[in-house]
Design a protein around this ligand. Structure first.
Ligand SMILES: [Fe+2]
Length: 224
């Protein structure tokens, strides 16, 4: 059978060598997965490829987010959220492969990975390429969330969603007295937002305690 070719090209270049290199590796890994699945390979070969993908995705996202934060990229929080959502799906896929592999559709899995990678690079990563080029009037400091132009309906939607996310709500919880201060500090970090808040949110993500139903729900896009 002819080898499947899902490969990186210059059209996908984000203008930062190390990130282009990461993207090439991700394409190559998805390509390996495609070929392994086409060959009817057993899960003992597929699982290590998914593990490799998962590990590389995590490293790449961290690297990309670090660079974007160094440059004060204004849409970093949204970008990070998209990375995190993808990483959750990969985690759920890994869980499904280990616990109920018969529920996974390999066709849907490959479609999802290839589409996500291409759409993320062309849609989201290209935003930072444009920003680095100065298209948004980049400044070195203090750009938090510029109001998007009305023409850009997707950006307007994101902006509205973001405003809703920032509505305040009062909650009361009863906690052991010795934890009260740390819980107050966590609440304050989350209230202020930013990188620390994102990290804290990730830390408290219930992803580490998935059961089958939750994993199937998170990864529903690749379930048959
Ligand atoms: Fe990205």
């Amino acid at each position: 059978m002819a080898e499947h070719e899902f490969s990186w090209s210059l059209d996908y270049s984000v203008g930062i060598d190390i990130l282009d290199y990461d993207h090439q590796e991700l394409f190559a890994t998805v390509n390996d997965l495609h070929n392994a699945i086409s060959d009817g390979t057993e899960s003992d070969v597929i699982v290590p490829i998914i593990d490799r993908l998962s590990k590389y995705v995590a490293e790449h996202f961290q690297r990309e987010e670090h660079i974007l934060s160094e440059y004060n990229f204004p849409f970093l929080a949204d970008h990070r959220r998209k990375h995190h959502e993808f990483a959750r799906v990969i985690y759920a896929i890994r869980h499904i492969l280990a616990n109920c592999p018969e529920r996974l559709s390999y066709d849907k899995l490959l479609n999802f990975l290839e589409n996500w990678l291409v759409r993320h690079i062309m849609g989201e990563d290209m935003k930072y390429k444009a920003f680095m080029r100065g298209d948004y009037g980049r400044r070195d400091t203090d750009i938090v969330m510029p109001i998007p132009s009305k023409k850009d309906s997707e950006a307007v939607e994101t902006y509205d969603e973001k405003r809703k996310e920032h509505e305040l709500v009062a909650i009361t919880v009863h906690v052991p007295v010795q934890l009260a201060n740390i819980i107050r500090r966590c609440a304050r970090v989350l209230q202020l937002g930013g990188e620390k808040a994102d990290r804290l949110e990730e830390l408290t993500d219930p992803i580490g305690y998935l059961n089958n139903d939750e994993a199937l729900k998170i990864a529903k896009i690749v379930i048959q």
